[in-house]
Design a protein around this ligand. Structure first.
Ligand SMILES: [Zn+2]
Ligand SMILES: [Zn+2]
Ligand SMILES: [Zn+2]
Length: 282
């Protein structure tokens, strides 16, 4: 590697490798790798007590920060001055604030009011670097938040129902529910939705529509109301799934009897209950 102009290749005072060194740390020329390592390891400054990069000697020859030793603040975030959380040119919190502002901005450029709790919570997390890493991974689906902020995706459980229910999507959904952006929901209940979608694709169109309406307006609605009071049980979820399968079977049976729900006679319904005891009611 050839040294950029102004750098001299010399023995790094820290790692002892022969490398381009452009900065002095504790009086020694140090290579770029060692500067980065140093930057990531701040300590309490004996002068100001702050968590700082101790790259300079003070008058008593103690490693201290730039501010306490009259040096330029080369390790400080240019926006806020902190030295304890480096991330690129700025610090982690400033970078995160900027990226979250971009991610969660509505078309007017302000944080979408409904997503303000997301902004606050992610910014207050213990490790901004972790959140920043999450934001850069497309597979983690931060785009869902962006689309919601821009009004391209509704901020609702229904919007999530239309997305693949994979881990990344569920994570965003859980986050929104935990922060109160979305109403509380029970994952066991909401997992019925993608499962239902699979069932519906197997059914003739007119059956699928009926079952879909029945599932959403009767079963899921009831379960979601229970979920709001934290009263969903495993049995309740199983019952709902069984009812959906039972209803699908019932419609198929009606077809086989050459009749429809509207024209089925009481006698036929009773026949059905005899054929499938305990499964016809839902
Ligand atoms: Zn080095
Ligand atoms: Zn200091
Ligand atoms: Zn900063």
């Amino acid at each position: 590697m050839s040294a950029p102009r102004g750098w001299s290749t010399t023995t790094c005072g820290h790692c002892r490798e022969l490398r381009p060194c452009h900065r002095r740390i504790l009086g020694q020329w140090v290579c770029q790798t060692c500067v980065l390592r140093f930057r990531r390891a701040p300590g309490p400054c004996p002068g100001c007590g702050g968590l700082k990069v101790l790259a300079f000697y003070d008058a008593r020859r103690r490693p201290a920060c730039a501010g306490c030793t009259g040096h330029d603040p080369v390790y400080a975030c240019p926006a806020c001055g902190r030295e304890d959380s480096p991330f690129g040119r700025h610090c982690g919190p400033c970078t995160l604030r900027q990226q979250l502002t971009e991610l969660l901005a509505d078309p007017s450029g302000r944080i979408h009011p409904q997503l303000q709790p997301v902004f606050d919570a992610l910014l207050a997390g213990p490790r901004p670097q972790t959140t920043l890493y999450w934001l850069t991974r497309a597979s983690a689906r931060p785009d869902i938040l962006r689309d919601m902020a821009r009004g391209e995706l509704e901020i609702s459980h229904a919007a999530f129902d239309a997305l693949p229910a994979d881990r990344a999507v569920n994570y965003v959904r859980d986050l929104l529910a935990a922060l109160g952006v979305l109403p509380p929901y029970a994952p066991a209940v909401e997992r019925i939705v993608p499962w239902l979608r699979g069932i519906l694709t197997e059914l003739p169109k007119q059956h699928a529509e009926l079952i879909d309406r029945f599932a959403r307006w009767q079963l899921l609605r009831r379960l979601r109301l229970l979920a709001e009071r934290d009263r969903v049980t495993r049995g309740g979820v199983q019952h709902a799934r069984a009812a959906i399968l039972g209803a699908a079977r019932f419609l198929r049976w009606l077809d086989e009897q050459d009749t429809t729900l509207a024209t089925a006679t009481q006698a036929q319904l009773e026949d059905y209950l005899v054929c499938f005891p305990g499964r016809g009611s839902a």
